[in-house]
Every structure is written in structure tokens, then in C-alpha cells.
Design a protein around this ligand. Structure first.
Ligand code: IMP
Length: 340
């Protein structure tokens, strides 16, 4: 039988009795591990139009985390890490792949002071991921946090934990710039992937990062409710001043920045001079001001979301949360609908 797989717009969380009088009573933070706490459960995607030094620095200053992308030379990536860590209190992550220079890159990043190494491949439940994680764990032991992904199944989570991952990115094919499902027919609607992966909790408790397809703060709240410990976002941060890339002016002087998938033609030509599998697109997004303002808005909305369920923290939120499925008429009603 074919299983039903829901995603963010298919559900709503049911409001519940709340004794919370102010958003300040709510703690939306979470732990990546015993030494790494984030007060804002938001992680910036390792993409060349989202996260280099400036974004990673500002994510950390605002309580989140940025993962500096790997589509550059080792020296360039190390420079970005250095610029993100002006002072040593900043928490910074950086990505590596699973082939070529990944061991040398990981060593250089560790020496540069990164707190998180993210083993970043599109299909993470893979033999090359196993090899990379075993090598990295052998090299570093528990001296650095290893994030890995992406996967979309409970089995994928369990295997990555056995191979050495300390946190897992969940989501295949749901990103706003992603064409994986169209090109390959593979993927799982992201909320369903999170719900399935969260079932690994009893066997392999590990922080889960819901990655891709998060369009608005409500989607963050739904992801946290149904099993994610953190969310990873690209489009929600795209177009901010701290993203890499020049400002582009249109003929009417409106300002834009590029946002592109790392498997888009543009991105692949840029970093390796040829295209292999095309699974992403490139677009322009309006310039949106500082990332601090965006993150503060997201922080307020997540707190309001917890408050509607009467929850003071993520553990209480998970225990209390109830959800319903909505129809397409419900979805139409859920969106502002006076403006046609
Ligand atoms: P968004 O937040 O919906 O924009 O999705 C961002 C996520 O899409 C990233 O964190 C990656 O997991 C994923 N991603 C980035 N580039 C590509 C691509 O070219 N194809 C498919 N997925 C991508």
C-alpha cells in the first residue's frame, strides 16, 4: 500500500490552553551536543549565495549557526572561518564533501577553529558518506561535532549515527531551488521525512535538522513540533546584506541578489567549470536588509508558536502539540486572502 506523506501546508497545530504571559518566558534554544547550545534553532545552509564569513558571524551573534559552504579552495574557506571568528565566542560551522580533498579540508577547518564540520552531500545515505564519517571520526574522535546529511528515512538516520554523525540533516528534494524530485523522481515530503526520522529517537537519539522547503516562520514551528531539533534555511535568509554576492540593479533601480541551488547550472559552472547532474535552479531575490532583522522576526514568531501550544520550551512543546490535517480550502483560508 502507498503511504500518505504530509508536508508543512497539509497540517495546522491546534491552539491549546496557555499560561504564558510573555514571549520572554519561552526558551526556544536547543543543544547540538553537550558543549554546543544555540539560543535560536536556525542554521544557515552551506550554499555559495547564503553562507560565508559574514553570514556565519551574524548567525552566531544572533544565537543561530552558519555553515560556510565548500565550493571554494581550502584557503578561501579557512579565510571565511577566520573572518567569522573575530572573537573566539562565535560558533561557526563549515562544510566538506566525501571525496577529493575532504580530509585535508577538514583538518584545515579544525585548525582554523570551526566548531562543527558538516559532511554535506545531496544523498547522504551512501557508501561514500560511510567512508567519510569513519575516516573523520578516526581522525578527530569526539573533539569536533560532525553534522551529516541529507537523509529522508529512519534507516538513514540510524546508519549515519552508527557511522559517526553527531547530528543529521533531514530532507531530500524539498528545497526552494531544488529540482531533484522532478529530475530523479526521488524525495519525501519534508514534514513526513522529519516525522519518520524522529522515530529513530529511541534507538539513536541524535539532533535532527529539518532542511529545505521552509517557506515561513510557521513552517519552522511545525518542523520543531513534529521532531526537528533545528531547522536549516536557505531562501529565508537569501537576499540579506550578509549573504555572499553582489547587489544587482534592475532597470527601475530595484535591488536584488542571486539565490541558487548548488546543483544548478550556474553554481556548478562556477565551482567546477562543468555540469554533471542538474538538480537545482538559479534566481534573483529582492535585497531584504540585515539578517539580524530577519532572525529577530523569526525568533518572535517561533516564541508565539510555542505560546499557542502553551509550551515554555521545546520538550514541553513536543509533549503538548496536537495537529490536524487541512484541506485545500483550509489552506486558502490560512493564507491572507483579502488581497487578490
Ligand atoms: P530552502 O531553505 O528551501 O531554500 O532550501 C535550502 C536547502 O536546499 C539547502 O540547505 C540544501 O539542503 C538544499 N539544496 C541546496 N542546493 C540545492 C540544489 O541545487 N538542489 C537540491 N537541493 C539543494
Amino acid at each position: 500500500m502507498i503511504q500518505k506523506a504530509l508536508t508543512f501546508d497539509d497540517i495546522l497545530l491546534v491552539p491549546q490552553y496557555s499560561n504564558i504571559k510573555s514571549r520572554g518566558e519561552i526558551d526556544i534554544g536547543n543543544n547540538l551536543d553537550a558543549n554546543l547550545q544555540l539560543s535560536l534553532p536556525i542554521i544557515a545552509s552551506p550554499m555559495d549565495t547564503v553562507c560565508e564569513g559574514s553570514m556565519a558571524n551574524h548567525m552566531s551573534r544572533n544565537g543561530g549557526l552558519g555553515i560556510i559552504h565548500r565550493y571554494n579552495t581550502i584557503d578561501e574557506q579557512v579565510q571565511h572561518v577566520a573572518s567569522a571568528k573575530d572573537n573566539t565566542n562565535q560558533t561557526v560551522g563549515a562544510a566538506v564533501g566525501v571525496t577529493d580533498d575532504f580530509e585535508e579540508r577538514a583538518c584545515a577547518l579544525k585548525d582554523a577553529g570551526v566548531d562543527v564540520i558538516c559532511v554535506d552531500i545531496a544523498h547522504g545515505h551512501h557508501i561514500l558518506m560511510k567512508r567519510a564519517l569513519v575516516i573523520l571520526k578516526d581522525m578527530f574522535g569526539d573533539s569536533i561535532h560532525i553534522m551529516a546529511g541529507n537523509v529522508a528515512t529512519k534507516e538513514g538516520v540510524c546508519d549515519l549515527v552508527r557511522w559517526g554523525a553527531d547530528s543529521i540533516r533531514v530532507g531530500i528534494g524539498g528545497g526552494s531551488i531544488c529540482s531533484t524530485r522532478i529530475q530523479t523522481g526521488h524525495g519525501v515530503p519534508n514534514l513526513a521525512a522529519i516525522m519518520e526520522c524522529a522515530q529513530a529517537e529511541l534507538e539513536h537519539p541524535v539532533p535532527l535538522i529539518a532542511d529545505g522547503g521552509i517557506k515561513n516562520p510557521g513552517d519552522i514551528v511545525k518542523a520543531l513540533a513534529l521532531g526537528a531539533d533545528f531547522v536549516m534555511v536557505g531562501s529565508l535568509l537569501a537576499g540579506t546584506i550578509e549573504t555572499p554576492g553582489d547587489i544587482i540593479y534592475s532597470s527601475d533601480n530595484s535591488k536584488y541578489k542571486t539565490y541558487r541551488g548548488m546543483a544548478s547550472k550556474d553554481a556548478q559552472m562556477n565551482w567546477r567549470g562543468r555540469v554533471s547532474s542538474l538538480e537545482g535552479v538559479s534566481t534573483f531575490v529582492p535585497l531584504r536588509g540585515s539578517v539580524a532583522d530577519i532572525l529577530q522576526g523569526l525568533d518572535r514568531s517561533i516564541r508565539s508558536g510555542f505560546s499557542y501550544s502553551g509550551a515554555h520550551n521545546i520538550q514541553e512543546f513536543r509533549e503538548k502539540v496536537k495537529f490536524v490535517m487541512q484541506t485545500s480550502a483550509g489552506l486558502t483560508e490560512s493564507r491572507t486572502h483579502i488581497i487578490k
